[in-house]
Write a protein that binds this ligand. Sequence first.
Ligand code: AMP
Length: 277
Amino acid sequence: MKIVSSLSELRTARLSLKGTVGLVPTMGYLHEGHLSLIRQAKVDCEHVIVTIFVNPTQFGPNEDFSNYPRDIEHDLKLINPLGVDLVWNPAPEIMYPPGYQTWVEVEALTRPLEGALRPGHFRGVTTVVAKLFNATQPDKAYFGQKDAQQAAVIRQMTRDLNFPIEIVVCPTVREADGLALSSRNKYLEGDDRKAATILFRALSAAKDIYEAGERNAEKLRRKMKEVLESEPRAQMQYVSCADYDTLEELAVINGKALLSMAVFFGKTRLIDNFVIG
Ligand code: AMP
């Protein structure tokens, strides 16, 4: 496993990889969710590149960029047994040198949900992912369903900019009690860790009434709200029942839909989602 940081080292190492290449972009502090993407890339591709970069441009001014957990040594230990060819861990000034001024923006898909509450977030995500795609030239790139809107936005960008890359979206990996794995779970203190299972329970309750025949989207949103409100430690930011493709809020569910939510536990913000239909 080769570990590189500069762009020239990356290019040299990339040139030596013959055959199909799978890219797994991450912000590090790896967990089983990230490893599941790497394992899938290993199954599908002859070579795998993992990038570890905490991208400053996708964090808002009041978000947790400086506090985002980092542990590159531990990350490399986790990746080591998986048969990854190349790890790229660029410094911020490699991605954004002084005078940097080029941005990639996806329009309608980034307006609702996370985009509405985190202005500029997806502009940072699509810009960095486009740069990672250009630098690593993969055949396939792997993303998690955990960040459903991010996966949709990247699929759109890939299509719009004619990147010859297949976007593969892998299922959300969860703890035994349903909590979706996230690097930010580390910040759930004391009782908040147990309380955080409320996201999974709220999504499950809405899915249950959908499976029992309910098609009124507002009733599903109300059900998720009701369950979240039963947990005093949870501060709901939004719940949504949206069209799977456009991410616009639905009145009636008559196809594939995305149930999603963002919830604070103290300063820790968690998101989760289920696909129904
Ligand atoms: P991050 O390091 O948080 O930017 O995540 C890197 C990639 O891992 C993204 O495509 C995420 O959607 C994916 N990911 C994060 N958590 C999970 C999870 N619990 N299950 C599956 N994929 C995940």
